[in-house]
Write a protein that binds this ligand. Structure first.
Ligand code: AMP
Length: 282
């Protein structure tokens, strides 16, 4: 695996490979890699000729400075995992490489209502930060395909919107969420949970499974939501949201009857200061 610290060298190498007819796959990450990330690398290797992974903890997408400071860094293990997975290139830029003019007064993107609901509502500025870093990364890498996880459902929709705004030819491939044996969605932030919290964390998955089952039995949404909220609270979670939304638009679709638009259940909640999110198509 070739490790690049500078965008210019990375872009030059990728252009050479593209001229030689290679299809380029791109997996952007913030490191602390787990098998969910590696599944994206595997998918990219299956669908393209050369895979680029980036590891960059993007300061502009953290609305909470403590979350940024405490974000896990396991770079040596990450490099070993990427080598073992057969990743071809790793882009490991510094903050100065990504934001040579600093991180103040950066460009803003028209994300419409996506920015005002769910993650957008509870993490103001987060998706602007995601777009700021993704615009830069996508421009540097110029991949044919971009692989991202359904775990961050709304992020996939935001990046899809960004690709439109950029008039990019990169194709977004959304990949399924990888879970631990007890259902907990794999996440870098799981590393910050104590053993006791780790056990309780599976409640999010249990609630999503319960929502799916109850939804399909046409139980009224307020009843389902109340049950999920109770279960989360009993496990010690502080809840940001438990919502049912239109799976295509993410607009609230919080009834279990009526027209048959596909729906997705989404949960965001804290265990102490660790914020976990997950979702499930119902
Ligand atoms: P992150 O490092 O958290 O920014 O995530 C990098 C990419 O990995 C994003 O596209 C995430 O959606 C994806 N990802 C994170 N967790 C999982 C998971 N459990 N399964 C599949 N993809 C994931």
């Amino acid at each position: 695996m070739i490790i690049f610290k500078y965008a210019e060298a990375l872009a030059r190498y990728i252009q050479q490979q593209k001229h030689a007819g290679k299809q380029i796959g791109f997996v952007p990450t913030m490191g602390a890699l787990h098998n969910g990330h590696i599944a994206l690398i595997d998918r990219s290797k299956k669908d393209t000729d050369l895979t680029v992974c980036s590891i960059f903890v993007n300061p502009t997408q953290f609305n909470n400075p403590v979350d940024y400071q405490k974000y896990p860094n396991t770079i040596e293990q990450d490099i070993m995992k990427l080598e073992a997975a057969g990743c071809d290139m790793l882009f490991l830029p510094s903050i100065a490489e990504m934001y040579p003019n600093g991180t103040n007064n950066l460009e803003q993107y028209d994300l419409g209502y996506l920015e005002t609901l769910l993650e957008g509502k509870y993490r103001p500025g987060h998706f602007q930060g995601v777009c700021q870093v993704m615009n830069r990364l996508l421009t540097m890498v110029q991949a044919h395909k971009l692989f991202m996880g359904q775990k961050d459902y709304q992020q996939c929709m935001v990046v899809s919107r960004l690709l439109q705004l950029m008039q990019s030819t990169t194709e977004l491939v959304t990949c399924p969420t990888l879970r631990e044996a007890d259902g907990l969605a794999m996440s870098s932030r799981n590393l910050r949970l104590s053993p006791e919290e780790r056990q309780k964390a599976t409640t999010i998955f249990k609630c999503l499974a319960l929502i799916k089952e109850a939804y399909n039995q046409h139980i009224a949404w307020p009843v389902i939501k109340e049950k999920a909220v109770q279960l989360l609270a009993a496990a010690g979670f502080r809840i940001d949201y438990v919502e049912l939304a239109d799976a295509n638009t993410l607009e609230p679709a919080d009834t279990t009857t009526g027209n048959k638009v596909p729906r997705v259940a989404l949960i965001a909640a804290f265990l102490n200061d660790v914020r976990l999110i997950d979702n499930m198509l119902v």
